[in-house]
Write a protein that binds this ligand. Structure first.
Ligand code: AMP
Ligand code: ZN
Length: 509
């Protein structure tokens, strides 16, 4: 299999590792390995989390659309993520289990199900593999053993820490986040729970389980549990190899999580783990990062079903997905009711235009005089947008050019050949449904589709069509006084009727 040149034409990806857009060249030509950090399932996902997963769904969809066979691995963190992303304190899941008097795995199950159902509503595709941290304890222990053997980790009283200084000396720490170890050392002080570490920057690969800690496994260093950063290194290497193509996650994971992943992988396998690092930017609420820990969140169900003080009404998941894709994945996006309402209008316009497509009649080449839009150029412009680091807002702007054109074709202001009409239909449908992952009007809630029918434009169209029918009836019965009156009075209001062999259409002037 080869990837079609006309489609790919130079896909470039912004690589966070060097802050530049780079031509995408997968290691194995037609196969792509992509790893995305998944959620820590101690609570339901908020809309900010969803934005990151929708962003990488777009990447997954577009690569697949281009013809790549993508192995998309997205993990579930079900152990090891301690409070405040620190190396001491309680495990987030164990804490929730203690507070709610549940088994930790009940907490995990409940929030994994919520995560899946929320992402399904947002029409994201499931990953190829969804490994859990607790399901890969053996692999993580093996990873640590190799790092210790290679001289980049040390054991203290049943815990194992990564030796950042030793790693920095040989391989350089801070490549991704552009942090310098010396500056970090100057800024840091001995923190609570850090006494065991040789240096404050060292991070836990394995933590000894205190007697009250329930999530624990046997290891060469005694009973304990893995450090948060380790699972992603162990599982990505297992399923994608020592070096793979794309690693993604939210911007807030760049440091320390991804920086530590690089250090772990390089000190274990000797290879740089990832060729393209991609970071999705944050969804904010009132200008501040949406975050579980600060409570500055909006839950997807509040938007889809329950309602919230922040919203004037509920919005369907399709509209929310469209809203998210209207910003580039690397831009910060602020959530507001007004922005969502504007997205709903745009989404409805797009879907209305798509529903008009079957009603558009093509002409033979010799009859097509005023085409209005060069369809092949427009098609290329859609690819250009996505090939430029998955630029969905530019793609959406291109789609709106064609929305206008479809309305013009419908009103017979322009004509189109059958070949161009087919190309337009096929491209529009591919980009809207396959690449952006939006859903048709029939797949969205009834109240949304009735909103489209009852939109002002929709109502005006119905009224004018009614008057055109009345005028045609008057003409058929030779009542020219009535037919002229309808045409003239509409014209006075700026609605111009145009008669042709195919029938009567109108334009708004
Ligand atoms: P967590 O469950 O906290 O590990 O987060 C899961 C994913 O959501 C990670 O990739 C985070 O970077 C991402 N994330 C967290 N908060 C936001 C936000 N406000 N906007 C976008 N992505 C976020
Ligand atoms: Zn991760």
């Amino acid at each position: 299999m080869t990837i079609s040149a006309s489609k790919t034409q130079e896909l470039v990806i912004y690589n966070s590792l060097n802050g530049q857009k780079e031509l995408f060249k997968p290691i194995h030509n037609t196969h792509v390995g992509m790893y995305v950090c998944g959620p820590t399932v101690y609570s339901d996902v908020h809309l900010g989390n969803c934005r990151t997963f929708v962003s990488f769904d777009l990447v997954f969809r577009y690569l697949t659309y281009l013809g790549y066979k993508v192995r998309y691995v997205r993990n579930i963190t079900d152990v090891g993520h301690l409070e405040n992303d620190a190396d001491h304190g309680e495990d987030k899941i164990a804490k929730k289990a203690r507070l709610e008097q549940l088994e930790p795995m009940e907490v995990v199950q409940r929030h994994t199900l919520n995560f899946h159902s929320t992402l399904r509503k947002l029409n994201t595709l499931p990953p190829s593999i969804e490994p859990t941290a607790t399901g890969h304890i053996i692999e993580q222990i093996e990873f640590i053993k190799t790092i210790i053997n290679n001289g980049f980790a040390y054991e203290v009283d049943g815990s194992v820490y990564f030796d950042v200084k030793a790693f920095d000396k040989e391989k350089g720490y801070g490549k991704l986040s552009k942090r310098n170890l010396e500056d970090m050392e100057n800024a840091s002080r001995a923190l609570e729970g850090q006494q065991e570490k040789r240096n404050p920057q060292d991070f836990a690969l394995w933590k000894k389980a205190e007697p009250k800690h329930i999530m624990r496994w046997a290891s060469p260093w005694g009973q304990g549990f893995p450090g948060w950063h380790l699972e992603c290194s162990a599982m990505s290497a297992k399923y994608l190899g020592d070096t793979f193509d794309i690693h993604g996650g939210g911007m807030d994971l760049k440091f320390p999580h991804h920086e530590c992943e690089i250090a772990q992988a390089e000190s274990c396998t000797g290879h740089t783990p990832v060729n393209y690092w991609m970071h999705a930017n944050m969804l904010t609420l009132n200008g501040k990062k949406m975050s579980k820990s600060t409570g500055n969140t909006l839950m997807p169900l509040d938007i889809f079903e329950r309602g919230s003080d922040l919203l004037e009404k509920t919005y369907s998941p399709s509209v929310v997905r469209f809203f998210m894709l209207q910003a580039h994945y690397r831009s910060v996006m602020d959530f507001s009711n007004d922005a969502l309402a504007a997205s709903e209008k745009g989404y409805q316009k797009l879907m209305e235009a798509i529903s008009l497509l079957p009603k558009i009649v093509s002409d033979t080449k010799d009859k097509v005089k005023t085409t209005g839009l060069k369809v092949s150029d427009w098609v290329q412009s859609c690819y250009d947008a996505m090939n430029d680091d998955f630029n969905s807002p530019v793609l959406i702007a291109r789609l709106f050019e064609v929305v206008k054109y479809i309305n013009q074709l419908y009103r017979k202001e322009f004509s189109i050949t059958n070949q161009d009409l087919e190309l337009l239909k096929q491209t529009l449908s591919s980009f809207v449904f396959e690449v952006l992952g939006l859903q048709t009007i029939t797949n969205i809630s009834e109240n949304e589709s009735s909103a489209i029918e009852s939109s002002d434009e929709g109502k005006l169209d119905i009224a004018i069509q009614l008057l055109i029918d009345l005028r045609n009836e008057a003409r058929a019965s030779k009542d020219f006084a009535t037919s002229d009156r309808i045409r003239n009075q509409l014209q006075e209001k700026g609605i111009v009727l145009k008669d042709s062999r195919e029938g009567t259409t109108y334009v708004l002037e």
